[in-house]
Structure formats: C-alpha cells, structure tokens
Design a binder for this molecule. Structure first.
Ligand SMILES: [Cu+2]
Length: 65
C-alpha cells in the first residue's frame, strides 16, 4: 500500500483527476481518496515513483505520508 499526501487536492474534481492519473499507469490499481485529509491510498504493483510522476503530470504534487 502506497500512501501519498496531495496538498492541492481540494474537491471531488481533484480526487477524480488524481484517481484517473493513477489508473492511467495501472488500470487495476485500488485507489482510495480522502479529500479532507488530502491523502490518497493506492494499492498497486506499479513502482511508487511512476505513480507519483503520473499524479504530478496531472497537476498535483505529492509527498510521502
Ligand atoms: Cu478540485
């Protein structure tokens, strides 16, 4: 399980964008977004760096939890 803080994520639209970015690198990833905590939990076999890069490419910086 990979947990990331996404400070700029503030609404459902952001959450959808982040989830879409994760799924673009791993279609079968399990993504759980907590907008209040600005946190994303991702269950995936894909390298964490690639997932973070995809989220960043969608416009959201991430930090490790
Ligand atoms: Cu938003």
């Amino acid at each position: 399980m990979l947990s990331l803080k996404v400070p700029k994520m503030s609404c459902g639209g952001c959450a959808a964008s982040v989830e879409k970015a994760v799924k673009s690198v791993d279609q079968s990833a399990m993504v759980k977004v907590d907008i209040g905590a600005k946190r994303v939990d991702i269950d995936s076999t894909i390298d964490a760096g690639r997932i973070a890069a995809a989220i960043k490419a969608a416009g959201y910086d991430t930090t490790a939890v």
